[in-house]
Design a protein around this ligand. Structure first.
Ligand SMILES: Nc1ncnc2c1ncn2[C@@H]1O[C@H](COP(=O)(O)OP(=O)(O)OP(=O)(O)O)[C@@H](O)[C@H]1O
Ligand SMILES: [Mg+2]
Length: 263
């Protein structure tokens, strides 16, 4: 029988702690004994060169690697103090608490409305009014409502890439997660849409813990309160954003954050 992860009373204070977390795909090690704390009500940025393990780190945080052949995670990931990898954890319930928006927006081939209603329906919500309310609220929070309110029945794949990205964020928000993981949410967006997503992160962090992977150091500086720098699967350094940019302790962090890094 699956055991539900206990709900925390202070939802918005949800914190995630990684303790000696390693992840390998077969013989390829993607994360090496990472220790990291993700604070509630804050945006934590994860930065580092391509292939350093950023997406792997996000996937580890909601057990998305469970279904990946040959992937093996060791160490512990505590969500409000409880290890999400312990035996008996209800993984579907976990993913409702810890939502992940992928590097490439993956809208479902169905109407806009149904994309956002998908999570609540899958969670057993049958009340039409409740679903409509959740969908509208998620689309508003994702700063997409005004653009799609007249085309809720239209196919989601007809939306622009930037709209699709925000639709994926709305879909993640519709199940009211406590932690939101975003993998390069603006890499395919124009400056206007990027600014909208960045504003959205500032708004969402009032109630959620957000972990955002980005290749833009300017974006990390703008949106995050803490930055973690990964290299070769290892956490090189993490700390308060301003301190990381102005006085990093490791030369590799300094080089990377200032754009001088060569892999
Ligand atoms: N499903 C997989 N099977 C095998 N190896 C994988 C898999 N996913 C990732 N890897 C490997 O794990 C390492 C880390 O990959 P990951 O996708 O986490 O990097 P990343 O930092 O997100 O890179 P990018 O900035 O390019 O998105 C890489 O060497 C990658 O090739
Ligand atoms: Mg990646």
């Amino acid at each position: 029988m699956s055991e539900a992860i206990p709900d925390s009373s202070a939802r918005s204070e949800a914190r995630v702690e990684l303790r000696a977390v390693s992840c390998a795909y077969g013989s390829r090690v993607a994360l090496r004994s990472v220790d990291l704390t993700v604070a509630g009500r804050a945006v934590s940025a994860i930065v580092g060169p391509s292939g350093c393990g950023k997406s792997t780190l996000l996937r580890v945080l909601n057990r998305m690697n469970d279904g990946v052949d040959g992937a093996k995670v060791t160490g512990s990931v505590l969500l409000d103090g409880a290890d999400i990898y312990r035996a008996g954890v209800d993984v579907v319930a976990l993913r409702r608490r810890v939502g992940l928006v992928f590097q490439r927006p993956a809208v479902f081939a169905m109407p806009v409305f149904d994309n956002v209603a998908y999570g609540p329906r899958a969670a057993g919500q049958r009340d039409k009014r409740t679903i409509t309310r959740l969908v509208e609220s998620a689309l508003r929070r994702a700063a997409l409502w005004d653009e799609v309110k007249d085309r809720l029945d239209g196919d989601a794949s007809a939306l622009s890439l930037g709209q699709q990205q925000r639709l994926c964020i709305a879909r993640a928000l519709a199940v009211e997660p406590e932690v939101l993981l975003l993998d390069e949410p603006t890499s395919a967006l124009d400056p206007g849409a990027t600014a909208r997503v960045e504003d959205l992160l500032a708004e969402l962090r009032r109630t959620l813990a957000i972990v955002v992977v980005t290749h833009s150091m300017a974006q990390a500086a703008r949106v995050s309160q803490t930055v973690a720098f990964l290299d070769g699967g290892a956490l090189v350094e993490c700390g308060e954003t301003r301190a990381m940019f102005t006085r990093p302790t490791d030369k590799r962090t300094q080089d990377f954050l200032s754009g001088r890094y060569r892999s």
